[in-house]
Design a protein around this ligand. Structure first.
Ligand code: BGC
Length: 761
């Protein structure tokens, strides 16, 4: 055999062996996970635990990637030799966040912008939220993704948190019930969720290192309770561990949170992925794996190298790696990508727009109405629309939580559709300004604020002269002023000009009200914001206030539905609206006016700063209404509040203990003259003698069906006895204090309509 023949024979033999080897390697199936694991090399195992991130990202930023679906947030590593595909994650939570533009095609890939979380929760309608979840899950599936990064399950500890719009409530029960509905809806489509940010991610300032210092009771009762309900009831595929620390330990390597509580107590059987971050010197990757965090996202090669080294040095037991790999494979076999699902890239966005309009409308909260609403077109149908966002309606927030929508319905076109015209001069001024300001902003924006580039930024307000207002008031039947706020991840809201009105907005409200009222014409305010703003200083000047939130891409239509009475408002607040932001106990320990892009940030690198690198939860469990009702602090609008165009009578509640469940039965009657829905809330006051308890805690709620005038509905609200428990740190246990419990049936936390008591042993 000459040298050439030898070489050829050798090459051929090697190729045959390699192909035999590949063929004999097991291919992943649902029932052969152990076999596949046996066939995996150590390097392959490690690859599976680290996402395929982009080398260029070095900080906590969205890991947008271009493989498979442009603009999706991240992917897991494929191991083709073993039939293991990549799986794909997309943000969340208000719809699928992918790029609308793709290389090599003129086609656009828009997703539906659904209402933000604070709006959805305000519907108090779990069936409707489940419908929205189904639609979001369907878009996730049809755009080729496997997991939607949401819902956001953090608690509104303080109105200044920049991401409150992505979260449901200040109350863990509401969070847990609405979260359950959303997860059920999304997962019903055969895709998964990543409920986030677990846990206590209550501020954005220095979110990647802030230490949230709180009692175990507050942790369990307020910050974990919502996650717990959702995990037990809806079995999410994945959970996202938060950036921050909790009592000194990063959430991402916190065994108490990730294993002892999440898995051992609540029975979670999915995977935990980190929120998007790179290598951190003070959080070795092996600590995350050991604590029960299966997947590092977006994932960097250095994390693989570190993990391999830790295994070789014996710092990371192989058993921990294997446990994580098994869970990853159990997750992968559930995904559409594993099933080779042939996605369409073409979800039914028309149907989803209809669900958006319905849920956006039902989430809106009517805060004030001096009898001027509803307002049907008759005689003079001309409206003067003030405020830039009447013409540039904000569909959702900015940052990873935004959705690239085709179009947001503004109020001009929506009102027109329902029989109103807007005054031509003002419309012209604002529409031209919006076009100009969009172009200007594109060049002026701060490149460091990458997240403001994602989604619809808020354009600056403009001054409208008194002469112009007078001119408009002569033509119009009423004025509508839209006050908008934009917020997003990475930055908290400022008090001045974000929680409170800017001087320009105050002036606009004052001048428009004075001039329109002089002519006996009403003034309405629409708030287009994902979270709470100050109202007490200006609300007496105007006739009606509608909290429209950021209700999704059908925004203008949903507002018009309420203003014209096509829909009767049935949204109720899931957070308290304080008189002043300083009324929240937590404000004392919350970062204020901290500019993370200035020298302060650099300065703070090596020293602890209150509210910035650590935040003490001095308020403990006294978050939101738990604080205001117990300490009798007046508020602007209480938790659970919202007006309707009709009235409801509440019958006397009756209580029954059936096994371990308290049943609260009540009849609700529509006593007004138009059809509508009511939200019945049950608050409980616990007996003395046990742990210190808030005056009232929400333990159940139900929304009626649409009731015609005079129509009644009997409701039975169920409360598990265990849900009356508080967490006793001394006993490390949930405890139901024996004694007499008072159950309040209420229209909001301050509007109690009935009381009944029950002795619980
Ligand atoms: C956010 C997450 C998001 C992730 C991926 C992070 O910056 O905190 O909520 O899911 O990016 O985009």
């Amino acid at each position: 055999m000459n040298r050439l023949t030898f070489l050829l024979t050798w090459t051929a033999l090697t190729a045959v062996c390699a192909s035999l080897g590949a063929q004999s390697a097991p291919q992943l199936r649902e029932d052969n996970i152990s076999e596949v694991m046996k066939a995996m090399t150590l390097e392959e195992k490690v690859k599976l635990l680290v996402g395929v991130g982009d080398e260029d990202f070095v900080d906590a930023t969205a890991g947008h990637q271009k493989q498979f679906v442009a603009g999706a947030a991240g992917i897991t590593c494929a191991i083709p030799r073993l039939g293991i595909p990549s799986t794909l994650f997309t943000d969340g939570p208000a719809g699928v966040h992918i790029d609308s533009v793709r290389e090599g095609t003129d086609r656009r890939f828009f997703a539906t912008g659904f209402p933000v979380a604070s709006c959805l929760a305000s519907t108090w309608n779990t069936a409707l939220v489940e419908d929205v979840g189904r639609a979001i899950g369907n878009e996730t599936l049809e755009y080729g993704c496997d997991v939607l990064l949401g819902p956001g399950m953090n608690i509104h500890r303080n109105p200044l948190c920049g991401r409150n719009f992505e979260y449901y409530s200040e109350d863990p029960y509401v969070t847990g019930e609405i979260g359950t509905a959303m997860v059920r809806g999304i997962q019903s489509q055969g895709v998964g969720v990543s409920a986030k940010h677990y846990a206590v991610n209550s501020q954005e300032t220095e979110r990647t290192r802030v230490d949230e210092q709180l009692s175990e009771r507050a942790l369990r009762e307020i910050y974990l309770r919502g996650f717990e309900r959702m995990v037990r009831q809806a079995r999410p595929w994945t959970i996202m561990s938060a950036y921050n620390r909790v009592n000194g330990v990063y959430a991402q390597c916190n065994k108490l949170l990730l294993t002892d509580i999440l898995r051992d107590e609540w029975g979670f059987d999915g995977i935990v992925m980190t929120d998007w971050i790179g290598k951190r010197n003070d959080l070795p990757v092996e600590e995350a794996v050991k604590a029960g965090n299966e997947l590092m996202m977006p994932g960097y090669p250095v994390q693989e190298t570190d993990m391999l080294q830790a295994i070789r040095d014996g710092r990371l037991p192989i058993a921990d790696v294997d446990r994580s790999v098994r869970r990853m494979l159990e997750y992968i076999v559930k995904t559409p990508r594993f099933r080779h699902y042939a996605y369409s890239d073409n979800p039914d966005r028309q149907a989803h727009a209809a669900i958006t309009r319905q849920s956006g409308t039902e989430g809106m909260v009517l805060l004030k109405n001096n009898g001027v609403l509803p307002m049907q077109p008759a005689g003079n149908d001309t409206i003067a629309l003030f405020g830039v966002n009447s013409y540039d309606f904000l569909s959702g927030g900015v940052g990873s939580g935004c959705v690239n929508v085709e179009k947001v319905v503004d109020m001009v076109s929506a009102l027109q559709e329902q029989g109103f015209v807007t005054t031509p001069l003002l419309t012209d001024i604002y529409q031209k300004y919006v076009s100009y300001a969009r172009v200007k902003l594109a060049i002026d924006k701060n490149p460091l604020m990458w997240f403001l580039d994602q989604g619809q930024p808020k354009l600056d307000e403009i001054e409208i002269s008194e002469r112009c207002i007078r001119h408009e008031a002569q033509q119009a039947r009423a004025a509508i002023i839209t006050i908008a706020r934009q917020a997003g991840e990475g930055i908290d809201r400022q008090i001045e000009g974000e929680f409170t009105l800017t001087p320009l907005e105050q002036k606009l409200i004052a001048h428009v009200s004075d001039i329109f009222h002089e002519m006996k014409k009403p003034v309405l305010v629409v708030i287009n914001s994902g979270s709470v703003i100050e109202t007490v200083s200006w609300r007496d000047r105007v006739d009606a206030i509608l909290m429209a939130w950021q209700p999704g891409q059908e925004g203008g239509n949903a507002v018009a539905d309420i203003l014209t009475g096509k829909a009767n408002p049935s949204g109720r607040l899931t957070m308290t609206w304080p008189v002043s932001v300083y009324d929240h106990w937590s404000t004392r320990n919350f970062p204020q006016d901290y500019d993370m892009y200035s020298y302060q940030r650099l300065e703070s690198r090596n020293r602890p700063i209150k509210g910035v690198t650590y935040t003490r939860h001095e308020e403990g469990i006294y978050v939101g209404y738990r604080y205001f009702t117990t300490y009798n602090i007046p508020v602007a609008y209480p938790f659970g509040y919202g007006l309707s165009y009709t009235t409801f009578d509440y019958g006397k509640p009756s209580l029954k203990l059936r096994g371990d469940t308290v049943e609260v039965a009540i009849t609700v009657t529509n006593s007004g003259s138009v059809e509508g829905k009511e939200v019945v809330q049950v608050y409980v006051n616990a007996p003395e003698g046990g742990l210190d308890k808030p005056a009232k805690e929400l333990r159940a709620f139900a929304k009626t069906r649409m009731l015609r005038p005079g129509e009644k509905q009997n409701l039975v609200l169920k409360i598990a006895k265990s849900d009356l428990a508080s967490y006793d740190e001394k006993q490390s246990a949930w405890v139901v204090t024996p004694g007499t419990y008072t159950f309040f049936t209420a229209a909001n936390v301050e509007d109690i309509r009935g009381t009944a008591t029950l002795n619980i042993k």
